[in-house]
Design a protein. Structure first.
Ligand code: ADP
Ligand code: ADP
Ligand code: ZN
Length: 215
C-alpha cells in the first residue's frame, strides 16, 4: 500500500503514522524527521535545511524531492510506504507522481487530517519528544507517566525548536498558502480521504483504519 498522510503542522500526522506503519508493516518516511536527523548530524544538507526550518519556511523543492526520490528507491519501499509531510507543494506532488510512474507504482490514498487552527497552536505548543527514541508526547493531551521522561526508554523529553509561537504561526501560513492546494490536486485524482482530526487519538486512528482497509 502506497500512502500519503497530509495535514497542517500539529494535526497528528506523525502520531497516526506510528500506528499505520505497525499495522500495515510499511516504512514511515517523514521528511521532517529526515531533516531533523541531518541537522543533528551537521551534514551540509542539514545546515541548509535548518535555516528554513527555524524560520517556519519550506526547504526548497529540489532538496526535498531529491531525498524522497532516493528513499523511495530503497528495497524496503518497494512493497509499500507511508509518506508523512511530503508532498507539501504542487511541484513536489507532481515530482512524486513522476517517480512512482517511472517505477510502475501509484498512490492508493492521500489521507488528510483536518484540525482547526486554534487547536493546532495548542498541539504544537505542548508537543515534546524523546531525545533518545523520538516518541512524541503532549504535555496536556498525552503526557508521559513521569514528568520530563520517556515512558519507553527514560530518555529526556525535549521541545522542537520550531514549536515556538512565532515559527508555528509562520508554518500555519505556509501550509495555507503552499500546501492546502494539494487537497484539490488529490481530490481531482480521486485519492483524497478526509479525516476529522479534532478528536481523540483512537477515534482518528480507527477512521484511518477503515479508509485504508477499503483502499
Ligand atoms: P504532526 O506530525 O502532524 O505535526 P504530531 O503527530 O506530532 O503532529 O502531533 C502534534 C502534537 O499533538 C503532539 O504533541 C501529539 O502528542 C498531539 N496529538 C496528536 N494527535 C492528537 C489528538 N488526536 N488529540 C490530542 N493530541 C494529539
Ligand atoms: P510539522 O508537520 O509538525 O510542521 P514536519 O516535521 O513535517 O513538521 O516538518 C518540519 C519542517 O521541516 C517544516 O516546517 C519544513 O521546514 C521542513 N519540511 C518537512 N517536510 C518538508 C517538505 N515536504 N518540503 C519542504 N520542507 C519540509
Ligand atoms: Zn524514549
Amino acid at each position: 500500500m502506497n500512502i500519503v498522510i497530509m495535514g497542517p503542522p500539529g494535526a497528528g500526522k506523525g502520531t497516526q503514522a506510528e500506528f499505520i506503519k505497525n499495522k500495515y508493516k510499511i516504512p514511515h518516511i517523514s521528511t521532517g524527521d529526515m531533516f531533523r536527523e541531518a541537522v543533528k548530524k551537521g551534514t551540509p544538507m542539514g545546515k541548509e535545511a535548518q535555516k528554513y526550518m527555524n524560520a517556519g519556511k519550506l526547504v526548497p523543492d529540489q532538496v526535498t524531492i531529491g531525498i524522497v526520490q532516493d528513499r523511495l528507491a530503497e528495497a524496503d519501499c518497494q512493497a509499500g510506504f507511508l509518506l508523512d509531510g511530503f508532498p507539501r507543494t504542487i511541484v513536489q506532488a507532481k515530482a512524486l507522481d513522476e517517480v512512482l510512474e517511472k517505477t510502475d507504482r501509484k498512490l492508493d490514498a492521500a489521507i488528510n487530517i483536518a484540525v482547526p487552527d486554534n487547536i493546532l497552536i495548542q498541539r504544537m505548543s505542548g508537543r515534546v519528544s524523546c531525545k533518545e527514541c523520538g516518541k512524541v508526547y503532549h504535555l496536556v493531551f498525552s503526557p508521559p507517566a513521569a514528568q520530563g521522561k520517556c515512558d519507553e526508554c527514560s530518555g529526556e523529553l525535549i521541545q522542537r525548536s520550531d514549536d515556538n509561537a512565532e515559527t508555528a504561526a509562520n508554518r500555519l501560513q505556509v501550509y495555507n498558502e503552499q500546501t492546502s492546494p494539494l487537497l484539490d490536486y488529490y481530490q481531482d485524482q480521486g485519492l483524497l480521504k478526509n479525516v476529522d482530526g479534532n478528536r481523540d487519538l483512537k477515534a482518528v486512528g480507527s477512521d484511518i483504519e477503515v479508509i485504508l482497509d477499503e483502499a
